[in-house]
Design a protein around this ligand. Structure first.
Ligand SMILES: Nc1nc2c(c(=O)[nH]1)N[C@H]1C(S)=C(S)[C@@H](COP(=O)(O)O)O[C@H]1N2
Ligand SMILES: [Mo]
Length: 525
């Protein structure tokens, strides 16, 4: 290489371990500079647009671009941890490249800085694609902070013996310790900035305390569910903090209820726009409804029962006057995300609503504040639009929603299913009486009539049933099993009020929901 003849290689004259140490030091400087840039950007994003934080912007872009089968695989592998794993992976890749940038900077600062800028440029592009031009700000801050930090550390490290390009006597150089102290100070600054960003985000995404009006049509008394004496059966009603969350977002969006509006347009006689206060003044219905995600695998955790308060969807649609060509309710969230709902099913008399309350409180921000759609009996991905701002009456031929574009079904009623909550798969149990128990759901199909349990592939035995809430709500169940020593297989299946028995035929969640029996092994004794 011709350049080698004019430049002394950075590692010339050093021992192997010194060379390794020097490389590690420079990689570390790249990592510290990048962390500082990311933390500064995170803080700026927390104050402006949280989703424009570089790592989140890249993560969201990855979500959008990931093919459906791979996304399904990730959800199967990681469940509700999929987002953490995605963000973690993005951070790891970024930090590896940051290390490379540090090593490059050792030879030429411009090379390392160039790689950092290229990384930030990717994040900036993602932020703009996901949001708007103003979302560039955090990335700009990341670039400036990261490069300035690398430049500063480069100056310090180049002057040390191990880091120097043209080495002379070590006594004339500042110690490596000085570099480490400088890097440590920047790392501490990164932790402070990142922590401040997190603090502000938590403040902004806190739930809104609003006194909700009394419903014109209340849900009535809620029965006491099966208690602790039945082991670990899921509570009959899930608290807001514990309710499963599934959406395409990596942040918790902050939507201001005072400027929020809901518009009904498309094939309607008159286009209407409602404010949050308009909804509060309308007749409200209150209903206990179990929400389920199409991505839920058999025995999975993406299902939950809650009490919802909202305006009847048909009240709003009647005010607008739906035309006769529409077959799809195409709803849009505050950020342009779209969900399709079959018009005929949503308006067939079931308790579809634009919900503003969940379990006696305003909707938590993570669950759609200020308002979301709830349609009993349809999986959330075709009905439960959170942060909803627009309802467009249209046709499937004319407009296709986010998951339709990713080949998911447009018609997806919730499949009947029983889940065993206790015992857990592969659990080690004592001999004697053991509770096998869980929940089962069959929304809009006459509710759950029966659950049956099968041990070691024997005959199906009727379980005892918890209290019935309504046909749109799940039901707890349990079975007293006299467990004998050895390995056993336990299974449960549900039978709905309209006489449908849960099918043993296995299906994956894609494209219209999982089916099959929840069955697994336990060990007794
Ligand atoms: N705006 C928006 N609404 C959304 C989603 C989304 O990604 N964005 N996910 C849907 C899916 S797939 C489900 S299962 C439900 C989950 O609602 P939850 O997070 O309140 O449980 O919200 C639905 N509404
Ligand atoms: Mo979902």
């Amino acid at each position: 290489m011709s350049s080698e003849s004019t430049t002394t290689p950075p590692s010339a004259g050093l021992s192997r371990s010194q060379r390794l140490g020097a490389t590690a030091l420079w990689a570390g400087l790249g990592v510290v500079s990048t962390l500082l840039g990311m933390a500064a950007a995170h803080l700026v994003a927390a104050v402006t647009t949280p989703s424009a934080s570089p790592v989140l912007a890249v993560g969201s872009q990855v979500i959008d671009l990931t093919p459906t089968p791979m996304k399904e695989w990730a959800i199967r592998q990681f469940g509700s941890a999929d987002k953490i794993i995605l963000v973690g992976s993005v951070i790891i890749v970024v930090l590896i490249l940051a290390g490379v940038a540090g090593v490059l900077a050792r030879r030429r600062l411009a090379l390392g800085a160039g790689l950092l800028v290229a990384l930030v440029a990717l994040a900036a592009a993602a932020a703009v694609v996901q949001g708007s031009v103003t979302d560039l700000l955090p990335s700009l801050v990341a670039a400036v902070t990261g490069v300035a930090s690398l430049w500063w550390l480069h100056g310090k490290a180049s002057a040390t013996k191990a880091g120097s390009v043209a080495r002379t006597d070590s006594s004339q150089h500042p110690s490596r310790r000085g570099v480490l102290i400088a890097a440590g100070a920047l790392a501490a600054a990164a932790a402070v900035l990142g922590g401040a960003g997190r603090f502000i985000t938590n403040l902004r995404t806190g739930n809104v305390d609003i006194t909700l009006p009394e419903p014109a049509s209340p849900a009535g008394d809620f029965p006491e569910g099966l208690g602790d004496e039945f082991g670990q059966i899921t509570p009959l009603r899930i608290d807001n903090e514990d309710f499963y969350r599934v959406d395409t977002r990596l942040d918790t969006p902050v939507v201001d209820q005072d400027s929020w509006t809901l518009t009904i347009d498309g094939d309607v006689e008159r286009e209407l726009t409602f404010t949050f206060d308009d909804l509060l003044e309308m007749d409200l219905i209150e209903r206990d409804i179990t929400l389920t995600c199409v991505s839920n695998s058999v025995g999975g955790e993406f299902v939950g029962g809650a009490r919802w308060l909202g305006v009847r969807l048909t009240d709003l649609l009647d005010m607008a006057g739906v035309g006769d060509t529409a077959d799809q309710i195409y709803s849009t969230d505050f950020d342009g995300m779209t969900i399709s709902t079959p018009l005929d099913l949503a308006t067939d008399g079931r308790d579809s609503m634009i919900a503003i309350g969940m379990n006696g409180e305003a909707l938590p921000r993570a669950h759609g504040f200020p308002a979301r759609m709830i349609v009993p009996g349809l999986y959330g991905f075709i009905s439960a639009t959170k942060w909803i701002t627009r309802i467009t009456l249209t046709t499937y031929a004319e407009k296709s929603a986010y998951w339709t574009d990713r080949d998911w079904a447009t018609d997806a009623p919730i499949k009947i299913s029983a889940r065993i909550d206790t015992p857990q798969p592969l659990e080690q149990l004592a001999t004697g009486e053991t509770i096998i128990g869980g929940v089962a759901w069959a929304q809009q199909s006459g509710g759950i009539d029966k659950v049956q349990v099968r041990v070691d592939g024997g005959a199906w035995q009727d379980a005892e049933m918890g209290p019935e809430v309504n046909n749109d709500y799940w039901r707890q169940w349990f079975y007293r099993w006299d467990a004998s020593e050895g390995g056993h297989t336990v299974a449960a299946r549900a039978i709905s009020g309209d006489g449908t028995t849960q099918t043993p035929a296995r299906a994956m969640p894609f494209p219209d929901g999982a089916s099959g029996i929840h069955e697994f092994r336990v060990t007794v004794g």
